[in-house]
Design a protein around this ligand. Structure first.
Ligand code: C2E
Ligand code: CA
Ligand code: CA
Length: 596
């Protein structure tokens, strides 16, 4: 070998090594740069998912754990720093009925080299021997730089059990844990499908507590919540019947959906049963709060299309609550179109008064034990030329809202006093007449002066006149109200506390209120023959009233048995259909004609 050849070989090898060295140097630099970029990318990614609720894991191509966010650490119960480690215990997953170790499963997916995210919905993840959870598994690739094969696998686990739990929460009422309005709306389509198949009726019943705001103001927030909770327990019990679903839609409103309904009477009976239960459901210091609710009912097909049924239920409840406490109203769209609604009545009141539509009816009140008519209650009737007899429940609340009640009230006082003078002049028995007065009338400020003027004008003795105010109204602005009624009483008329037992009058207030008479509400008497609880309440109110020097009228008496029972409790007067319904003046006067 000559020298120059050796030199050349050395030079060649040197060059090759140098080139190789330079190549390696550049390769290393590129890789460092790349790795720097990689780390940078991964860091950004890690930061963005560190606090995510979804569990995220990054694996290297060799299946080493590169990163796990907080949720993943909690989920897999891994506490130590994991970077660069192999799995300690590999969780198992079940995909399409087959079990895999999570890492094996991920590797098998890596073969596909797909860059799009792979989703394995409703997969089971086994965390330990006795813990399996349902997850959505997402596999994606974090490509580290364009044009390279550098990537990490990103595994994201969406814990469906948590999602189910929060979905369930969203479908439950927070206070009572009953299904809420949202749940009702989701259930309704399948319920409709069911009744279409069975060709039965479906009924929606919306129940709303009466005077709930007042109840809340009186017994407080906590205790009124407790009332709602107890009511929900009661409802949960009655819906063990497969054909009833119950929902706590909002605040003090509950919705029942009844499938397999035979008739609307069947629904009304059930609502009545719940109403009775409610009257004695809740006790404060061992005394039942006499609670009532009104109910709006809409039935398919009677109340219109299924699409509108829920809306009609709400309308129906609004109507029921306008009619008064404890009312049940069935929505009948065709009927309400041809009949009057609030707007028609509102626009027609003034004309009606001029036309002479309004007429005062009289319902006898008899004394006990002689059962003679000694008094009567004046009850207003609107006899409309087009719609016939409109019950006061349908227009009194509306007139109170619009203030028209003031005019109507003056008309009634005038009518009653004219009538009394007439009976006196023509030798009928002189009896005391009760006139219902609304708080709106009293609040005008000159009610008392007006009554004084009218008594003088008609020359009627005030001892034959009594004013009835409801217990609920008597409690509004207690001191001011007391003053109004003391002024009224100073004229020589009497005062009666109407609908007693539906409000929440305290004993001390009752003592101060200048009432001569307590009128026990009809709702306390309706089931008196069968409800021992109602018997006790009525008996107790009679004793209480007597102890305060007041007399007691029981109204809503419809049978001999009821007369005998309340008589045995010691009441002083009775009013009810058993003796007579309210009658027009000419009919009523036949009952008080003197036989001399
Ligand atoms: P209210 O003052 O509690 O009147 C008693 C209601 O019970 C009357 O209803 C009466 O007809 C009814 N009633 C009496 N006995 C029985 C019975 O044995 N069975 C049944 N099922 N019902 C009986 P009405 O006349 O429909 O009056 C309803 C409400 O309208 C009254 O309740 C009262 O709050 C109001 N109202 C009636 N007339 C007037 C009025 O002139 N002025 C004012 N402000 N309100 C009135
Ligand atoms: Ca009354
Ligand atoms: Ca009453």
């Amino acid at each position: 070998m000559n020298e120059s050849l050796v030199i050349n070989i050395f030079l060649g090898v040197g060059i090759i090594f140098s080139i190789l060295g330079i190549y390696i140097y550049f390769l290393r630099k590129t890789r460092e740069k790349l790795e720097h970029g990689i780390t940078h990318n991964v860091e950004i990614f890690e930061k963005s998912c560190e606090n995510s609720k979804n569990a995220t894991l990054i694996l290297t191509t060799k299946n080493k754990i590169m990163y796990a966010n907080k949720s993943m650490l909690t989920l897999l119960d891994m506490k130590k720093k994991l970077q660069g480690k192999k799995w300690k215990e590999i969780p198992q997953i079940k995909v399409k009925e087959a079990w895999y170790a999570l890492d094996t499963f991920i590797s098998s997916q890596q073969q596909r080299k797909s860059q799009s995210t792979l989703v394995f919905p409703q997969t089971i993840l086994k965390l330990s021997e006795d813990k399996e959870i349902e997850i959505d598994l997402h596999l994606s690739r974090l490509l580290l730089a364009k044009g390279t094969h550098y990537y990490y696998d990103v595994i994201t686990i969406y814990d469906l059990t948590q999602k189910h739990a929060s979905d369930t929460m969203a479908h439950k009422h927070k206070l009572t844990q009953m299904p809420n309005q949202l749940q009702a709306e989701e259930d309704i389509p399948s319920l409709f499908a069911k009744i279409h198949a069975q060709k039965k009726k479906i009924a929606f019943v919306l129940m709303g507590f009466d005077n709930y705001a007042r109840l809340r103001a009186i017994i407080g927030y906590e205790e009124s919540n407790e009332v709602i909770i107890q009511f929900s327990h009661y409802l949960k019990n009655i819906i063990s019947d497969m054909n009833i679903s119950a929902y706590h839609t909002f605040d003090n409103h509950f919705l029942l959906i009844l499938t397999n309904v035979e008739s609307d009477e069947h629904v009304i009976d059930l609502v009545r049963e719940i109403q009775i239960k409610l009257t004695t459901l809740y006790k404060v210091d061992n005394v039942s709060l006499h609670l009532t609710f009104s109910a709006g009912i809409a039935l398919y097909p009677d109340s219109g299309s299924t699409a509108k049924l829920l809306d009609h239920t709400y309308k129906s409840l609004a109507q029921a609550q306008n009619y008064g406490d404890g009312k049940i109203n069935v929505y009948l769209p065709n009927k309400s179109k041809t009949e009057y609604d609030e707007t028609i009545l509102h626009n027609d009141m003034e004309e009606a008064l001029k036309r002479g539509d309004f007429e005062v009816y009289y319902q006898p009140i008899v004394n006990i034990p002689r059962e003679e008519i000694v008094a009567a209650e004046a009850l207003i009737r609107w006899i409309h030329p087009k719609y016939g007899m409109i019950p006061p429940d349908h227009f009194i609340a509306l007139m109170e809202k619009t203030g028209f009640i003031v005019k109507l009230g003056q008309f009634i006082v005038n009518q009653v006093l004219t009538q009394q003078k007439h009976w006196e002049t023509f030798g009928f028995k002189q009896i005391e007449i009760s006139i219902n007065v609304s708080m709106v009338e009293i609040a005008t400020g000159d009610y008392v002066q007006n009554v004084a003027r009218q008594l003088e004008h008609h020359d009627v003795s005030p001892s034959y006149v009594k004013f009835e105010i409801t217990e609920g109204m008597a409690m509004i602005g207690e001191t001011q109200t007391q003053k109004y009624f003391s002024d009224l009483k100073a004229l020589g008329v009497k005062i009666s506390l109407d609908d007693f037992g539906t409000g929440y009058t305290s004993f001390s207030y009752l003592k101060k209120f200048p009432a001569d008479v307590i009128k026990i509400d009809k709702s306390l008497v309706d089931y008196i023959l069968t409800s021992v609880e109602d018997q006790r309440i009525v008996h107790a109110i009679i004793d209480l009233g007597h102890n305060l020097g007041m007399q007691i009228v029981v109204e809503g008496i419809e049978s001999r048995e009821m007369v005998d029972m309340v008589t045995s409790f010691g009441c002083d007067y009775i009013q009810g259909y058993y003796f007579s319904k309210p009658l027009p003046a000419l009919e009523f006067q036949k009952l008080i004609r003197k036989v001399d």
